[in-house]
Design a protein around this ligand. Structure first.
Ligand SMILES: Cc1ncc(COP(=O)(O)O)c(C=O)c1O
Length: 346
């Protein structure tokens, strides 16, 4: 086997790809065809391809980690496979069966095995994508689809140490509404979020926090991450899944890890008033965001249209960092995987 290629730390996160990709085509008369490993290369699409006009596009994100014994494992891939199928259903797209999804990961990681990074915090980020490929301008669900799996060797999101983010509460723009696509991982949700992200940056913020689109009061999620609130009395609270936020795999795992640590975990509505008030009265101790890419990110400061407030001393909370170390330890094989979350694929 050839030696492992080091990650290019100077390249922006997710901008480097391995030499191969896996594809499969769905045609209405045959269903899903075989998975094929091909060279990583540009896709050729007719300008009338349905996805370019009507946006039937879904994706996933998960990571493969080199383990201490030299094998490679993926974190809870069946969760991503199931979410991918749910996203497909919501967008009236062909659902990729779970076994094909898992086989595609196995094929690509074994083919590009020498691109799985070996340093702590590094991983091979896997990006499954499905797009509508009918070539015609009639507005209706496409009949044919293309599945593509690509892989990107990535460094630790926080190469230079974990640093808390400053977030902007978006009351002007909404990401998702009841009955919409908020709980699906579809391209349109991200397109809808770009302007607020840009505005947030103008206020000196790293990320946007989305609120419910009806009352603009209840916290939903942050950019590409879910949120957690640590209250005094060992209470860990996360916004409940109302249908407008993405059910994160990391979120689900932290609910379990929190319970393991003896915390009282709760999924409920949390308003921006409660957020600010409980920071002021000292009962809210820490806030963090979580997702596959950055794992756990502390939230230090909140900016809104009437001012701003700082959580604790604005630094990284103790429980935040404990949960981060635990989750990363399980993923990297240095802490026992008592829930059977790691799935060996190479
Ligand atoms: C909008 C959004 N919310 C939350 C998450 C976190 O989900 P996960 O933990 O499955 O990565 C992501 C990332 O996938 C996301 O894009």
């Amino acid at each position: 086997m050839s030696t492992t290629q080091p990650v290019n730390n100077a390249a922006p996160w997710g901008s480097q790809f391995t030499e191969h990709m896996v594809t499969a085509r769905y045609e209405p008369e045959h269903g899903w065809g075989d998975l094929v490993v091909v060279d990583y290369e540009p896709l050729q699409l007719d300008p009338s391809t349905s996805v370019l006009h009507y946006g039937q596009a879904i994706f996933e994100g998960l990571k493969a980690y080199q383990q201490p014994d030299g094998s490679v494992s993926v974190f809870r891939p069946e969760q991503n496979a199931q979410r991918f199928a749910r996203s497909a259903e919501r967008l009236a797209m062909a659902e990729l069966p779970e076994d094909l999804f898992l086989d595609s990961l196995r094929l690509l990681v074994n083919k590009d095995r020498n691109r799985v990074p070996t340093q702590p915090g590094e991983s091979l980020y896997l990006r499954p994508l499905e797009i509508a490929t009918d070539t015609m301008l009639l507005t209706r669900p496409s009949l044919s689809y293309l599945y593509v799996l690509m892989a990107s060797p990535v460094a630790d999101y926080f190469q230079h140490g974990v640093h808390p983010v400053r977030v902007w509460l978006s009351t002007e723009y909404a990401r998702a509404m009841p009955g919409g696509t908020g709980s699906a991982k579809c391209a349109g949700n991200y397109a809808a979020a770009m302007l607020a992200q840009k505005k947030g940056a103008e206020y000196g913020c790293d990320q946007v926090v989305w609120l419910d689109s009806v009352e603009h009061r209840y916290v939903e999620e942050m950019g590409g991450m879910n949120l957690f609130f640590v209250f005094s009395g060992n209470r860990l609270v996360t916004p409940k899944l109302t249908g407008t936020l993405l059910p994160g795999v990391t979120r689900n795992s932290i609910l379990t890890l929190g319970a393991d640590l003896g915390l009282e975990v709760e999924e409920r509505l949390i308003s921006t008033d409660e957020w600010e008030q409980s920071v002021k009265d000292g009962s809210l101790l820490e806030v963090f965001a979580c997702g596959t890419a950055a794992v756990i990110t502390p939230v230090g400061e909140v900016v809104h249209q009437n001012g701003s407030f700082t959580i604790g001393d604005g630094g990284s909370g103790t429980l935040t960092m404990q949960l981060r170390e635990t989750l990363l330890g399980i993923q990297q094989g240095t802490i026992p995987d008592t829930h059977g979350w790691m799935h060996r694929i190479a």
